[in-house]
Design a binder for this molecule. Structure first.
Ligand SMILES: [Zn+2]
Length: 436
C-alpha cells in the first residue's frame, strides 16, 4: 500500500486515494504536496547509480484535473526518468469508458452524433467526431457471443443505400433466442454471395429449418449448401402480403370476399368472411342500379368493413393475441375448396392458387416439425428496430455497419445494467481537482 502523506488539502480524500493507489506497493508515496513517486528513488536504468527525486510532471485532463508524477535524476550520468502514470491512465479510462457507454446507448436508440454532441455539452464536452471514434472503437472491441444449438433460423435481406451505393444486408436470426447469427453487408446478393454467407455462418452438416420469404432462388441455394439436411419454410405472412397485392386497391365486396378466403387458408379469418358474406346479396342488387348509387353504396360498405377489421385487430392487440393459425387439415381443406372453384376467379387469383399448390410443401413444412416457426416476423421486427426504412437511406456504409453490430449486441443481451455511474468515476478525480 502506498504511503500517504496527508496534508490538510488531501486529508479528506484519504480513503479515495488509498483506493486509487491500492495496486501499488508500499515503496510508493503520495506526498503532502500531491506528488506520486517512489519513496526511495530507483537505480538509474543506464548506469545503475541511485537516482534522486527531481520535481514532477503534471498530467492534465481537461475538466477533470491533474496529477503530479515524480521525476528522478541520475547524478552520475544525467539520465532523467518519470514514475509510471498508470493510475492516472486508469482513472481517465474509467471515466471515458462510462462516457462511451452513454454515447453507445444513445446510438443504439438512433440518436444522431450531432444530438449526442449537444447532450455531452452538459456532461463532458466532446466534439462529434471524437464521440464517433470512441463509440466505433468500443463497438469494434465487443464480440457478439455465438448462438448455440441452432435449429430454427430466419433468413432475410434488406437493401439499404450507403450514400449512392446500393448495399445488401444479409441476416440470419436464431428463432428460439432471437439472437443474431450473422448480419453482414455486401455489394451484391447473387447466389454465390448468399451461398458463401450461409456456409460461413451455419453448420452445413446439421439438420436445419430455415424460414425465408417467397423468393424462389433460395430453395436451390439451400439444397446446394445443406443437401437433404434442410427444411425450407416460406413465410406465411409474406404470402399474405402477396395475396393482398394480387387484388386492386378498390375491390368489390365479391373480390374482397375471395381475398379473405385466400387469407383464410392458413389463418382464421372467419369473422371477416362472415361479415362480407352478409353483403354479397346486397351488392348484387346494388350493381343493378345506377353507377352512382353503387359507388356510394360500396364506399360505405367498405368503410364499415374496414372498421370491422380494425376493431378485430385492436381487440387482438389488447388481448395480446395473434391471428389464430389453422391446423394442417383445416388449411388443406380450405385450399382444396378454393382450388375447385378456381376457374371462376380472376386470373391473378388463379395464378396465386396454382403457386400455392406448387409451393405447398414449403408453405406447410412447419406443421410437421415441433415448435417450428411459420413466419419471418422476428426478422421483420428486428429490421424495423435496427435500421428503419426512413433512415437507411441517409446512412453511410460505416453508419449501417455500426447499426448492424449494435443491434446484434443488443439482441445478445450484451448491454446490461451499468456497473458504475459517471459520478462514481468523477469523484475519483476530486483529490486531483486542485492539488494546491
Ligand atoms: Zn545514470
Amino acid at each position: 500500500m502506498t504511503e500517504m502523506q496527508l496534508s490538510l488539502i488531501n486529508f479528506p480524500y484519504r480513503e479515495m486515494l488509498s483506493n486509487i493507489f491500492q495496486d501499488y506497493s508500499n515503496d510508493f508515496e503520495f506526498t503532502a504536496s500531491g506528488i506520486f513517486r517512489k519513496i526511495v528513488p530507483p537505480l538509474c536504468p543506464e548506469c545503475g547509480h541511485p537516482m534522486s527525486h527531481n520535481g514532477f510532471n503534471t498530467c492534465q485532463k481537461r475538466h477533470l484535473g491533474g496529477a503530479n508524477v515524480g521525476k528522478y535524476l541520475c547524478g552520475a550520468c544525467g539520465k532523467s526518468t518519470e514514475e509510471n502514470r498508470d493510475f492516472w491512465v486508469n482513472l481517465k479510462a474509467d471515466f471515458l469508458g462510462i462516457i462511451t457507454e452513454i454515447c453507445t446507448r444513445l446510438r443504439l436508440n438512433h440518436v444522431s452524433y450531432e444530438v449526442i454532441e449537444s447532450i455531452m455539452g452538459y456532461l463532458y464536452p466532446r466534439d462529434k467526431d471524437t464521440i464517433r471514434n470512441m463509440v466505433q472503437c468500443a463497438i469494434d472491441e465487443m464480440d457478439i457471443p455465438p448462438v448455440k444449438n441452432i435449429q430454427f433460423v430466419h433468413y432475410d435481406e434488406q437493401h439499404p443505400k450507403a450514400g449512392r451505393n446500393q448495399k445488401y444486408r444479409l441476416t440470419l436470426l436464431d428463432s428460439v433466442t432471437r439472437q443474431v447469427i450473422a448480419d453482414e453487408l455486401y455489394d451484391s446478393k447473387d447466389a454465390d454471395t448468399i451461398e458463401s454467407f450461409l456456409r460461413r455462418n451455419l453448420d452445413t452438416q446439421k439438420q436445419i429449418f430455415i424460414v425465408t420469404d417467397l423468393y424462389r432462388g433460395y430453395s436451390d441455394i439451400f439444397k446446394r449448401v445443406f443437401g437433404n439436411k434442410v427444411i425450407h419454410q416460406f413465410c406465411l405472412l409474406h404470402l399474405n402480403k402477396l395475396i393482398v397485392n394480387d387484388f386492386p386497391r378498390k375491390t368489390s365486396i365479391e373480390q374482397e370476399l375471395i381475398k379473405y378466403r385466400l387469407l383464410n387458408i392458413f389463418y382464421d379469418r372467419e369473422p371477416e368472411i362472415e361479415f362480407l358474406s352478409c353483403l354479397i346479396e346486397e351488392e348484387k342488387t346494388m350493381k343493378q342500379r345506377s353507377d352512382k348509387e353503387y359507388k356510394s353504396w360500396i364506399k360505405e360498405a367498405k368503410n364499415a368493413f374496414h372498421k370491422f377489421v380494425r376493431d378485430l385487430e385492436l381487440k387482438r392487440r389488447r388481448e395480446n393475441k395473434n391471428l389464430k393459425q389453422r391446423d394442417y387439415y383445416e388449411a388443406l381443406n380450405n385450399f382444396k375448396i378454393l382450388k375447385m372453384q378456381s376457374d371462376s376467379f380472376m386470373i391473378s387469383v388463379r395464378k396465386r392458387l396454382a403457386k400455392i399448390e406448387e409451393l405447398w410443401p414449403n408453405l406447410t413444412a412447419f406443421y410437421f416439425v415441433d415448435n417450428a416457426p411459420a413466419t419471418n416476423n422476428p426478422i421483420e421486427n428486428f429490421y424495423s428496430a435496427s435500421l428503419k426504412t426512413h433512415r437507411k437511406k441517409q446512412l453511410e456504409e460505416l453508419g449501417i455497419k455500426e447499426q448492424i453490430k449494435l443491434s446484434a449486441l443488443k439482441k445478445a443481451g450484451v448491454f446490461g445494467r451499468p456497473q458504475k455511474t459517471l459520478l462514481d468515476a468523477f469523484f475519483m478525480f476530486i483529490p486531483f481537482l486542485d492539488t494546491g
